[in-house]
Design a protein around this ligand. Structure first.
Ligand code: BV8
Ligand code: ZN
Length: 302
């Protein structure tokens, strides 16, 4: 049966769902000025992802890879969540949840939001009006499965750090996308982002051991974050909402099939047709920053 595009029917499915999971991709952040990967002017349209998004390439030439991610990171630092991020974040508000999701098995728990985006915008969209306890709960129901560009990992002591500081090393000061496009700078590995930063005093202590840092994003061939929690949650999911993803990158691209196989429903929100959406129960084509708030019905109170 062809997917339905009837918002009322979708809201009825939402209202009768016991366990809802949301899977998001680059389309969620498109309206915030973050380029997608495979859409128009997508990152991987002009570049081969295998030359930028693999641990092997980073080990081969950390300077080239760091300069590439420094520019993306700066874009993400200057970006703001859009109406689609806020519509999803509003589901962490108990009042909205009670209205839209009255049948949840555990009404205290927001739907699990799995984002493939490393731009940090979904965490940023979590409402400042939440109490600290609800903030904590809402963050625990958000999985950045492909990591976060706002986090670094030390290759030596494995310390991870979340920071909005930029640049992460003096050698990146004033570095532009145009300069990187033109081949970038020659930066010795000693001058790349280091564990302990510029204050590093030669100690080898955890978190300031002077080790080389890497962006805490999940590269191809690496195991995505939260796989255990995700697998457990998908076992019981009766509605998966898929937003702004081409559904081409695994394992995330297989979640919809998993839910359908277990008798659950799938709703797809995308600017255009995408992989496997013919098997969805609901399909809402258009910019998700418009379709999500209106179809979810979060506009009035969010
Ligand atoms: C792994 C971070 C083992 C780095 C990324 C099975 C079959 C085939 C291949 C594989 C397989 N299993 C594994 C693989 C290999 C590989 C893979 O899937 N390759 C693909 C390309 C064929 N997967 C891996 O390597 C993964 N690791 O498998 O480890 C393992 C796994 C599990 C358990 C144990 C061991 C690691 C994958 C993570 C890679 N890292 N990013 C970086 O990119 O710099 S992936 C990258 O692609 C992004 O994170 C992104 O999120 C992800 C998916 O892209 P999308 O978000 O969908 O973006 P895209 O541009 O493609 O699409 C945007 C969509 O939005 C479009 O449909 C467009 O129409 C829509 N849109 C645009 N604007 C809007 C909109 N929609 C609504 N509104 C709008 N305004
Ligand atoms: Zn370290």
């Amino acid at each position: 049966m062809a997917p339905s595009s009837d918002p009322q029917a979708f809201r009825e499915a939402l209202a009768s769902s016991k366990r809802v999971v949301i899977l998001a991709g680059a389309g969620l952040s498109a309206a915030s000025g973050i380029p997608t990967f495979r859409g128009t002017n997508g990152l991987w349209k002009t570049k081969d992802s295998k030359l930028f998004a693999t641990p092997e390439e980073f080990n081969q030439d950390p300077s080239r890879i760091w300069q590439f991610y420094h520019c993306i990171r700066d874009r993400c630092l200057h970006a703001k969540p859009n109406a689609a991020h806020h519509a999803l974040a509003s589901l962490t508000l108990p009042s909205i949840r009670a209205r839209l999701l009255p049948s949840l098995t555990d009404p205290t728990k927001p739907p699990l939001l799995i984002t493939q985006n490393f731009d940090g915008l979904s965490p940023l969209a979590l409402s400042p009006h939440l109490t600290p306890a609800s903030q904590k709960l809402a963050s625990s129901r958000l999985v950045e499965t492909h990591g976060s560009i706002l986090k670094t990992v030390c290759l030596q002591c494995k310390h991870t750090k979340h920071t909005r500081e930029t640049p992460l090393c003096p050698a990146f000061a004033g570095l532009t996308e145009a300069e990187v496009e033109a081949g970038g700078r020659t930066i010795p590995v000693e001058e790349l982002p280091r564990c302990g930063g510029t204050e590093w005093d030669g100690s080898n202590r955890y978190g300031r051991c002077g080790g080389l840092l890497r962006p805490a994003v999940v590269w191809f061939g690496e195991v995505p974050e939260g796989m255990g929690e995700i697998a457990m949650e998908l076992n019981w999911t009766d509605l998966l909402i898929v937003v702004g993803t081409s559904s081409l990158v695994h394992p995330a691209a297989s979640f919809a099939k998993t839910v359908k196989t277990r008798g659950g429903k799938v709703a797809v929100f995308n600017l255009q047709r995408s992989e496997g959406d013919e098997n969805a129960d609901f399909l809402f084509l258009g910019p998700c920053e418009e379709t999500l708030p209106s179809v979810l019905g979060t506009t009035s109170e969010s």
